[in-house]
Design a protein around this ligand. Structure first.
Ligand code: SPV
Ligand code: MG
Length: 431
């Protein structure tokens, strides 16, 4: 009797899955792998039912002999354990980033004469609707909100990318690359005050009001499912901040980061070139405590951003603030620096981790961009935010196109670097 293995990562069974099981049964004894919570979350497939319930669901399918947990999107461990004669999968994995996984499985099986079997993927209205319903469920506030905490718990380092519109949100949501046999993608989105303001042609001085910032969040939320970290600048007046917390939480935002500055806020990357005032420890601790008191769920996070290194107040000041803000209830600490050398960030993280092993650390490596996510994670960093790179890459591209059209009195010269019309009109999925 041959052994047939197939891996499921679904919360709802439909015709397509039944078809795979039917095909698998014709070839031998069927073992189903349930992709673990950890593996699902790593690949942005957040389960809406528990791992145990998924195992129970797959076990209930007629003809399934056994269900095992597959703890990684790559099949290495299960193939070593089970040595299946066949791995059966929908043929949709022949294309796109998942083809790297397929190839890897085929190579592993070939070592002992096993085979990959591709079953034609079931496309019909019912299946499409179930897929859509699952996606919509993930976009609901109660699911999206808690996802950042789940990610921090289950991934070595959470990678967030800036988004300031529906379109940039889609780029963060959908971009997947294959790297060294693994699939990689961003875990979360950062709604940057700098990029949100820049997109509106305004300076980053808390001039764009909250209603407008919420509108940006809404545009992003309508077309994506990944968790959102909101740049709350100084948080404004404490009396206003408590309302902001409630609104963000209700919308399904996962975290707000507020910085310990007061008065007219300027972008941190100006450093000491402009007048910026740091709030006292007492003032900022009170704001954090009020925010924590206002929130209604355990999911939402208020992260305190420390500007001591930006304002050249020294490492000890930064550490003292970190201690105080955690005591005031902060769910995480963001430490910022505008130095090219990551040394002061690394020093802060090492010192903070010596006394606090749990509170998540967030960094924004715009200036200190030589250090990798893996290296930062080794120093205890939990969230890495790429705060402005999409805006900074789009702006020069658009400006050059505008200049060249003015220069040549036609658009032919710029055509090679434009996305084809056919592609842009199909870029956005229709329902
Ligand atoms: C932002 O992206 O708006 C930030 C990060 O606050 S920084 O611009 O580096 O201050
Ligand atoms: Mg900002």
């Amino acid at each position: 009797m041959k052994t047939v293995y197939t891996c499921f990562c679904t919360d709802v069974l439909h015709e397509g899955h039944m078809n795979i099981i039917r095909e698998a049964r014709q070839r031998g004894k069927v073992i189903v792998g349930a992709l673990s919570d950890k593996a699902l979350i790593r690949y942005n497939k957040f389960p809406t039912i528990s791992q145990e319930d998924r195992v129970r669901l797959y076990r209930s399918i007629e003809g399934v002999e056994q269900v095992v947990i597959q703890d990684d999107a790559m099949y290495d461990d299960v193939i070593t354990l089970i040595r299946p004669d066949y791995v059966v999968h929908g043929d949709n994995w022949r294309e796109g980033p998942e083809s790297a996984i397929r190839q890897h499985v085929a190579d592993l099986l070939a070592q002992y004469g096993g085979e990959v079997v591709d079953i034609p993927y079931t496309y019909n209205e019912k299946v499409k609707k179930i897929d859509l319903q699952l996606r919509e469920k993930l976009a609901m506030p109660e699911y999206r909100r808690k996802r950042l905490r789940q990610l921090i718990e289950m991934t070595p380092v959470v990678k967030a990318m800036e988004a300031h519109s529906g379109l940039t949100g889609l780029i963060v949501e959908k971009t997947v690359v294959e790297h060294e046999g693994k699939l990689d993608q961003f875990d979360a989105m950062w709604v940057s005050s700098l990029c949100d303001s820049t997109a509106k042609g305004k300076p980053d001085i808390e001039l764009v009001d909250m209603t407008s910032r919420f509108r940006t969040i809404d545009d992003i939320m309508e077309v994506t499912t990944k968790p959102i970290i909101f740049d709350g600048d100084t948080g404004g007046l404490t009396e206003h901040f408590v309302y902001t917390v409630r609104s963000l939480e209700r919308m399904g935002v996962s975290a707000v980061i507020i910085e310990d500055k007061k008065g007219l806020k300027k972008n941190s990357l100006f450093g000491t070139e402009v007048q910026q005032t740091q709030a006292t420890i007492e003032e900022f601790s009170a704001k954090i405590a009020a925010g924590k008191k206002a929130q209604l769920t355990d999911d939402f996070m208020i992260i305190a951003r420390i500007e001591s290194l930006i304002l050249e107040k020294g490492m000890e000041d930064a550490l003292e603030r970190a201690r105080a803000f955690v005591k005031a209830g902060a769910d995480g600490i963001m430490i910022h620096s505008r130095k090219k050398d990551p040394a002061e960030i690394v020093e802060f993280c090492d010192c903070f981790r010596q006394e606090n092993t749990k509170t998540p650390i967030v960094v924004v490596p715009s200036s200190f961009n030589v250090i990798t996510e893996e290296e930062l994670a080794q120093h205890g960093v939990n969230i890495v935010i790429y705060a402005n790179q999409l805006t900074r890459s789009a702006f020069p591209a658009m400006q050059k196109t505008a200049e060249d059209i003015l220069r040549y009195h036609r658009a032919k010269e710029v055509d090679d670097r434009l996305m084809p019309i056919k592609q842009i009109i199909t870029l956005i999925d229709e329902l």
